[in-house]
Design a protein. Structure first.
Lengths: 482, 444
């Protein structure tokens, strides 16, 4: 079972009561002694940024990059003219922007709420991982597994490191692409990440290398992979192939309320990158992520994105189709329960002839949950043979569930084609009745129907993910009926 | 003083306080409440800024085309000629906001059955309560608050149609709104009230005329029109608007449709004219059984921009809406379709559909689609679709293989594309008239 983002069990931050839906955010409130020895304190200033850069012993150009990003972050307005006003509830002065390695907060197993223990039980998470995921242990003993996979892929010439290490040891490879796919000023939160990033994975796959096993951030848990401001850069050289998995279906009880990652992918000629995310943060977390890939000639980038946790997720994985016959794909599943807003989608920017893209987004709104799809498909002038297919389906479980769809499609010229379809529906009553008549409870029937709704997407997930996804949906659907 | 400061802060172009004062003075014996309302509308217009890039309601629109300078509010007709309407004889004719000609015979016949077809200015005297209740009574929600206020401030006349309870009007009621002369600003308005179980068809025809032969197409004008459609319980209303302003016109059209219990409104907008034409349509389904069918056809050529924004608002359970907007794009044209289906939390059993189809007939044309949904009830069936593509090469090939030349085959297929919308009309003469208008534009 792999990790990074996380599930919507009530966790809390009393300083930031969620005004949404009148949910009791204080239940499951964690408290623990805060003995940060090496941190940057709360609030964000030039000193914070200099401190982070110093601790990481970074090259001067990186510090300059960070400081420039900080300026941009401070200058840019919140995008509330189109996004939810909930963003205004983020208090940037109360956030800790950097905790050095090994200084993660600790709590005892007894302090972990029973419902969370029960969730771990239900998901079948091993004892060792439970302690890490619930914050009891700051270190997770996966060093052996991590070095194994690292050694294994190193034999093929693959570089698999964290951002600090990679920028220090292989600047000749990573500097060229770092911050190029997603410019610092792309949006306010990519600027924030660029100023204070730490952790994340930097991967380089050499020409023609096909990495047999998926690379998982999970193997590097102890290397501050759960940072709030992860930075990931994957470069797949010509003709190479790699699958990367981020996240964990198990709930992740973070101590921070703001997570803002930047993920950049570069697929050079004929390369294939598949990036799989399962996000299951606790539902007091703002998860504001920028993900984008550039696909060169005949390259393929596929984002598989699953969002179950967090209070507000804003994430629109994109592909810039830069070379002829490049292909981009986003498969997305979002589940919004009480107090949650999953604002997800996809962007496909066609920039060369005969490029194709496919977006399939499925969302489920439970209770007072709200799911939103936003998309951009852009085919500029004088391209030919470009195609896009977009399908968005929303399922509403309860009478007060909410869903929105806001796609934007621009096509220029008569040699391209796009099609977009969206539907909103509820679970078929006859289906539920039939299953109940066969002895299932209403809840079981509902779970089965919801699993059926996402089945064609879930099948594309690696086996262990789709099994866990099914269990998670069962858990989320409990108490949603009757 | 502060009022003047705020008023001059926002761009008002030719529509200055002096011009507005002159407009009020020209209205003669209009009731005081009407003048008051117009003053408030003018203040709103003058205080609101022009839309900017960050305004979501104007995404993809050409904002630099929204210039309000260089126009005059003209009530005289320098031309005087009446155009024959392609939809049969018109009951009301307006040129430059002023009623002309004589449709009195046809109107008298209807009046005998209690159907009122008259001017807004006459109805302000005879039926002020109905105007108070229905004239621009619904909020503007699609971004053009400023321009809708401009319309309300400067509207001087328009059509007022009242169909009483249970009365069916078999023949279409035709209104012509013409703009004449270079730089003319017109503010056409049509208000239709169809009472319980009544049935009627209303046609608005918007056209530019010129005293200089063959130059009508190239006359810069400003058109800012609105219509209010109200369908009472069980009423059936068909509304057709054919917009054929000059190719140098900046055009705004605002529609507000209110559909009551078991009523049905079918509206079809044909967009042919204008340099830049924005159409905003609000359909409100206010009671169970209400049905709104929203249709539009756009034929764009040259450098025209057509910007269509729609709202389907389901406010009650068991309501239905069906939207089909089709655009054919030639040359260097741009079209924007932005539609939103809104389902309120108690509007269970809503059935809403929204479809935008763009036919790309040129490599330089650009079509943007923003089909949106905001759903707060779960027992609904809401779907939308948007496609952009060229003519089907397989169909072209088939027709050519049957000996039809490519140009003729393409024309057949293009008209086939339009036919999906046109065939929704029950009236064959109206269908044919629209077909003819499209054909005329295609041949130009």
């Amino acid at each position: 079972m792999p990790p990074t983002d996380t599930l919507s069990l009530p966790a809390a931050d009393t300083a930031m009561a969620n005004p949404v839906a009148g949910i009791d955010q204080s239940s499951g409130n964690f408290s623990y002694p805060q003995n940060y020895e090496f941190d940057a304190g709360t609030g964000l200033s030039e000193n914070t940024v200099r401190y982070i850069s110093e601790v990481k012993k970074e090259a001067p150009w990186i510090l300059e990059f960070r400081l420039n990003a900080l300026k941009k972050f401070l200058a840019m307005p919140m995008p509330t003219h189109w996004a939810t006003k909930d963003l205004e509830n983020i208090n940037f002065d109360k956030i800790r922007y950097y905790l050095s390695q090994g200084q993660k907060p600790k709590r005892t197993w007894d302090e972990v709420p029973d419902d969370i223990k029960k969730t771990f039980e239900r998901l079948g998470i091993p004892e060792q991982e439970r302690k890490f995921l619930s914050g009891v242990e700051a270190q997770f003993d996966s060093e052996a597994a991590y070095s194994n996979i690292k050694d294994l892929v190193a034999k093929q010439g693959v570089i698999f490191a964290n951002s600090t290490e990679a920028l220090r040891e292989h600047p000749e490879i990573f500097r060229k692409f770092f911050g190029k796919v997603i410019p610092t000023g792309d949006n306010k939160f990519s600027a924030l990440n660029s100023a204070v990033f730490s952790g994340g994975s930097f991967i380089y796959v050499p020409k023609g290398v096909k990495v047999a096993q998926p690379l998982q951030a999970y193997f590097r848990i102890n290397a501050e992979n759960f940072g709030q401001f992860e930075r990931t850069l994957i470069i797949a050289d010509e003709g190479s192939e790699v699958v990367y998995m981020e996240g964990c279906t198990a709930p992740k009880f973070s101590t921070s309320t703001l997570h803002s990652a930047v993920v950049e992918l570069v697929a050079l000629k004929g390369a294939k990158i598949q990036y799989i995310t399962v996000q299951n943060w606790a539902n007091n977390v703002f998860n504001l992520v920028t993900k984008r890939g550039v696909a060169h000639e005949e390259a393929e980038i596929k984002w598989i994105d699953c969002n179950i946790g967090s209070r507000l997720t804003m994430k629109y994985p994109g592909v810039v189709l830069k070379g002829r016959k490049a292909r981009g794909e986003v498969l997305s599943i979002a589940l919004a329960n009480d107090g949650q807003h999953q604002d997800t989608g996809a962007k496909m920017i066609h920039a060369a002839d005969e490029t194709t893209s496919n977006i399939v987004a499925k969302s489920i709104s439970v209770g007072q949950g709200r799911s939103t799809y936003r998309g951009i498909v852009h085919i500029p002038r004088h391209l030919k043979g470009c195609r896009n297919n977009t399908e968005c389906d929303a399922l509403l479980i309860n009478t007060n569930s909410r869903t929105d769809t806001y796609p934007a499609i621009t096509v220029r010229g008569d040699r391209n084609a796009t099609q977009h379809e969206a539907s909103v529906s509820k679970v078929n009553e006859e289906m539920i009745f039939y299953m109940q008549s066969r002895g299932l409870t209403e809840g079981q029937a509902m779970s089965l129907a919801v699993n059926g709704f996402i089945n064609d997407l879930a099948r594309q997930f690696p086996m262990e993910y789709s099994v866990e996804l099914k269990r998670l949906i069962d858990l989320e659907m409990e108490g949603s009926v009757g | 003083m502060s009022d003047i400061a705020t008023i001059t802060a926002a761009p008002i172009g030719s529509f200055t306080a002096e011009v507005f004062a002159a407009h009020l003075a020209s209205l003669g014996d209009a009731p005081a409440w009407w003048l008051e309302r117009k003053r408030a509308a003018y203040a709103t217009f003058a205080s609101l800024p022009l839309p900017t890039r960050t305004n979501e309601g104007w995404r993809f629109s050409n904002l630099s085309g929204l210039q309000l300078a260089g126009f005059k509010v003209e009530r005289v007709d320098p031309n005087g000629q009446l155009l024959a309407s392609p939809f049969g004889p018109a009951q009301l004719n307006f040129i430059n906001n002023t009623t002309v000609g004589d449709g009195a015979g046809a109107r008298a016949e209807l009046a005998a059955r209690g159907v009122l077809v008259t001017t807004l200015s006459a109805a302000l005297q005879s039926h002020p309560d109905l105007i108070r209740e229905h004239f621009m009574a619904q909020p503007q929600k699609l971004g053009s608050e400023k321009f809708a206020a401009l319309h309300a401030a400067f509207v001087s006349d328009g059509a007022f149609i009242y169909v009483p309870r249970g009365v069916e009007v078999p023949a279409p009621i035709v209104i012509t709104h013409a703009a004449s002369g270079s730089g003319t600003a017109v503010f056409p308005h049509t208000l239709v009230i169809a009472e319980e179980n009544s049935k009627a068809t209303v046609v608005d025809h918007f056209v530019s005329v010129s005293d200089i032969p063959h130059s009508a197409l190239r006359t810069p004008q400003f058109a800012c029109g609105a219509n209010d459609l109200y369908a009472g319980h069980g009423a059936q209303l068909t509304y057709l608007a054919a917009q054929n302003w000059s190719r140098d016109t900046l055009s705004f059209q605002f529609n507000s449709t209110v559909v009551r219990r078991d009523a049905r409104v079918q509206s079809l907008n044909l967009h042919l004219g204008g340099r830049q034409a924005r159409h905003e349509s609000h359909s409100q389904l206010q009671a169970p059984g209400a049905f709104s069918e929203m249709l539009a056809l756009t034929v764009a050529d040259g450098e025209q921009e057509f910007d269509q924004r729609t709202l389907q608002i389901h406010q009650a359970p068991n309501t239905k809406s069906d939207l089909l907007y089709k655009n054919a794009l030639r040359d260097r044209t741009r079209t924007i379709f932005s539609g939103l289906i809104v389902v309120d939390s108690d509007a269970q059993k809503t059935d809403a559909y929204q479809s935008n189809r763009n036919l790309m007939l040129s490599d330089d044309a650009e079509a943007s689609s923003l089909p949106g949904l905001e759903i707060q009830a779960n027992d609904v069936r809401c779907t939308h679709g948007a496609t952009s593509s060229r003519l089907d090469p397989g169909q072209e090939f088939y027709l050519q293989s049957r000996g039809i030349p490519k140009a003729a085959a393409d024309e057949l297929l293009t008209f086939g594309f339009f036919e999906e919308v046109l065939s929704r009309l029950a009236s064959e003469p109206l269908h044919d008239a629209l077909h003819q208008l499209i054909k005329t534009k295609f041949k130009q």
